[in-house]
Write a protein that binds this ligand. Structure first.
Ligand code: BGP
Length: 491
């Protein structure tokens, strides 16, 4: 028997870049994502660029641009985020569908480039502010609580191009300006905020790619430091503007990791992986200072940095009110030679023989969710939210407009049971659950539409064709029942 607290936030999650579209409307500025093409599980997404001499080209999104190249939107390429699923024009229809399912919470992000399209301006773009105001008001109409991610993999291009990325401290000032504007503008309309989506993703690169040069990791550690400071300043500012604001960190919880064998070397490696890739960020954001193992991590990559007294103060004064994370799958860490590896959300490791894997080769591990909930709660004793969870798969729109997606239901059912056990058996304070891609949207890793997470089917294909019409999947009716019974009816 599953059971959830009375005011549990059932809902769903999206991000602006993956669903909004309207990329050149409403005074929005260009983002780095606008120059990223579609891909597949086997072919990487590309970033297109122009050289100073006018020649153009494209590189894999995992590679650096050639020196002197500037990201550019070029003819002859398909950019899936430009239109995405057109939430920008269809938000009313989509929110009505969320309300029909009984959502209590909707996680979405604000596109920074709609609010400050260029770095020079001191005043926010009114059209951008008004757009999100309309969205929040629409949610409120149905008593749906917005949960707003301030930065979800969506830098304005000037952060990446003009400043060269988050390693430049001027990014913090730009972020200050942006967060000040939205925290003031939406006072009374929004209560729950998240600063950086999956902030630890910057540390995942060495996990994906063991040959990644240390220099790249060093840059990422610096970027992260600046994001920690920016996040802390945002949390402090939020509390000053409205003491009712609740601000969380958001950690990519994918690296819920197990030792592959009981070889103590595997156990140690696993512990270090969890610290390096996962807790490093939440420890700073929750406790307001760098954890003790920072020394080991920095040494490993030859990173040296003197944290200023001012930054230390900011970190201390901007600790988060809650811990939120994404959870899709688990992975295995080992020091042994891997015969069979498996990828996943921001991770890579040995294939776990006890688990099944999705079509995109992500493990399916509801017990891992209970494990991470216990880990986080034991460590921080702060309210938790699982703000992304789900399985991406292939759905077929039948002639009669139905979509049969039992695999979504099976996956979510088992994860909901795991959450119920964590709450009732273990005593974890979990307050919300917003499964990822509650409406089909563009996949972040592959740029595909084909990888579908939603309760709502969007008629759009990988090549951009399709009517964009929305259809209710079987999982839509199932989740509606789950919410209506407050998580007790999972049949
Ligand atoms: C997380 C991101 C999301 C989302 C999700 C699923 O890492 O926060 O933006 O996309 O993963 O990943 P994908 O879209 O690659 O299937």
């Amino acid at each position: 028997m599953t059971k959830f607290p009375k005011d549990f936030f059932w809902g769903g999650a999206t991000a602006a870049n993956q669903c909004e579209g309207g990329w050149n409307e409403g005074g929005r500025g260009i983002t780095s994502n606008d120059t990223t093409t579609g891909g597949t599980v086997d072919t990487p997404r590309l970033v297109t660029y122009r050289m100073p001499d006018g020649t153009t080209g494209a590189v894999s999104q995992w590679e650096p641009l050639p020196p002197g190249a500037k990201r550019a939107v070029l003819d002859g390429y398909y950019y899936p985020y430009h239109e995405a699923i057109d939430f920008y024009h269809r938000y009313k229809e989509d929110i009505a569908l969320f309300a029909e399912m009984g959502f209590k919470m909707f996680r979405m992000s604000i596109a920074w480039s709609r609010i400050f399209p260029t770095p020079e301006q001191s005043e926010p773009n009114k059209e951008g502010l008004d757009f999100y105001r309309r969205v929040f008001e629409e949610l409120r109409k149905y008593n749906i609580e917005p949960l707003v991610t301030i930065s979800h993999y969506d830098n304005p291009i000037y952060i990446d191009e003009d400043l060269g990325g988050w390693q430049d401290r001027r990014a913090i000032e730009q972020f200050d300006k942006y967060t000040e504007a939205i925290l003031k503008e939406y006072k009374g309309l929004v209560k729950y905020w998240l600063t950086f989506n999956e902030i630890n993703s910057l540390l995942m690169i060495p996990m994906f790619n063991p040959n990644c040069p240390d220099e790249v990791v060093r840059t990422n550690l610096l970027q992260l430091h600046n994001q920690f400071v920016a996040s802390a300043r945002c949390v402090r500012r939020a509390h000053e503007i409205d003491p009712n604001y609740v601000v969380g960190c958001m950690i990519g919880g994918g690296p819920c990791s197990y030792p592959f064998t009981c070889d103590p070397k595997d156990v140690l490696k696993n512990q270090q992986d969890m610290q390096n890739f996962n807790y490093y960020c939440s420890d700073v954001q929750v406790r307001g200072e760098y954890p003790f193992y920072t020394k080991r991590l920095w040494k490993k990559y030859g990173f040296e940095y003197e944290v200023s007294e001012e930054d230390k103060k900011d970190l201390r004064e901007g600790t988060v009110d809650m811990v939120t994370y994404s959870y899709y799958m688990s992975s295995c860490a080992t020091t042994h030679k891997i015969e069979d590896s498996a990828g996943g959300n921001l991770s890579m490791g040995a294939r776990n023989p006890y688990l099944k894997y999705s079509d995109w080769d992500w493990s399916i591990d509801p017990d891992g969710l209970r494990y991470t909930l216990n880990e986080y709660y034991a460590r921080y004793q702060l309210p938790l939210m699982v703000v992304e969870n789900g399985i991406g798969g292939i759905d077929k729109l039948e002639d009669d407009g139905t979509i049969h997606d039992p695999y979504h239901i099976d996956y979510l059912r088992e994860h909901i049971k795991a959450m119920s056990d964590a709450i009732n058996e273990d005593g974890v304070n979990l307050i919300g659950y917003t499964p990822w891609g509650c409406i089909d949207l563009v996949s972040a890793s592959t740029g595909e539409m084909k990888k579908r997470y939603g309760f709502i089917y969007v008629d759009k294909n990988n090549d951009g064709s399709g009517t964009l019409n929305r259809y209710r999947k079987d999982s839509f009716y199932w989740y509606k029942k789950v919410i209506a019974s407050n998580g007790e009816d999972l049949d």
